[in-house]
Design a protein around this ligand. Structure first.
Ligand code: GLU
Length: 285
């Protein structure tokens, strides 16, 4: 019998806070109540900001909360080869290109556009869409960059990718039904960089498929990213999981919790004598 497979997939680039505890416990309990499986995945593709110490602290915090997960734990930094294979598949489809604009160049271009009648479009996270190299660099400049060792990002040609994917994309949001995906809202997303063989979007869809995740239960901050994930799943011919995006735990000012905030870090709360049961109660669980 196929049982539901849930996962909690934190990045050890800071200490876990109450928002992570909420997401982890929701996944853990959903797996338990449905007779399903609960997996933990360490999303550490940023090998500079994600440190072994932070990873160890993270596992300790999750154990302290009373969670148990299957072993071995998948660590993304140990599987770069899997993401490279997926990237090669996308390259073979002709939907990946090398993009050379620096952050400063993008910023200058966008500022100029914003000063005109039509401000430059932003993605759902508020970042300007990638303008494309053509509008900013001359053919000569592009050629010189191609021939040099200059840093680049490998980006998805969004227009081409959507066309190739064919039918309008959607996903099923548990309790709400069918949602229309709108990957175009993100523009040409980054899939990898010269010095990082993958990106969040690419590795998350590859791993969810490889680990057989059937039910993705994560925060509403990733709701719109699902559009990109459905597009990549379609191009890479990966299975479609069910999605559910839960409310975020906010601070007193109504803002999303930050990994840098001390007062909501699980370690600090634990040091102050708070018990896991009190954490659950505080989260309404
Ligand atoms: N690693 C992501 C984060 O810490 C979560 C990825 C996901 O749930 O899709 O925000």
């Amino acid at each position: 019998m196929n049982v539901p497979v849930y996962r909690f997939a934190p990045s050890p680039n800071g200490h876990l806070h109450l928002g992570h505890a909420y997401s982890a416990i929701l996944n853990y309990e959903a797996a338990r109540q449905s007779g399903g499986r609960f997996l933990l995945r360490i999303e550490d593709i940023d090998t500079v900001r994600c440190t072994p110490q932070l990873q160890q602290d993270m596992l300790e915090d999750l154990s302290w909360l009373g969670l148990q997960w299957e072993l071995p734990v998948r660590k993304q930094s140990e599987h770069f080869g899997d993401y490279t294979k997926a990237l090669q598949k996308l390259e073979a489809l002709g939907v990946v290109y090398k993009a050379y604009l620096t952050r400063a160049q993008i910023k200058r271009f966008v500022a100029k556009q914003d000063a005109s009648d039509t401000p430059w479009p932003r993605d759902p996270d508020g970042a300007p869409l990638y303008p494309g190299d053509n509008g900013v660099l001359t053919k000569q400049e592009q050629q010189t960059l191609h021939n040099s060792e200059a840093p680049y990002a490998l980006r998805l040609n969004m227009t081409k990718a959507i066309k190739l994917a064919g039918d309008p994309l959607s996903w099923t949001e548990a309790q709400h039904g069918l949602m229309q995906a709108n990957p175009a809202a993100w523009g040409d997303v980054v899939l990898a960089r010269k010095d990082t063989p993958t990106s969040y979007h690419l590795s998350v869809v590859v791993d969810d498929a490889l680990q057989g995740i059937t039910y993705i239960l994560r925060g509403k901050d990733l709701y719109h990213a699902t559009s990109v994930h459905r597009l990549l799943q379609t191009l890479l011919e990966l299975p479609e999981p069910l999605y559910e995006h839960h409310d975020l735990i906010l601070d007193e000012t109504g803002r999303k919790l930050a990994k840098s905030a001390k007062d909501t870090a699980l370690r600090e709360l634990r040091a102050s004598g708070i018990t896991p049961a009190q954490i659950r109660a505080r989260l309404g669980l």
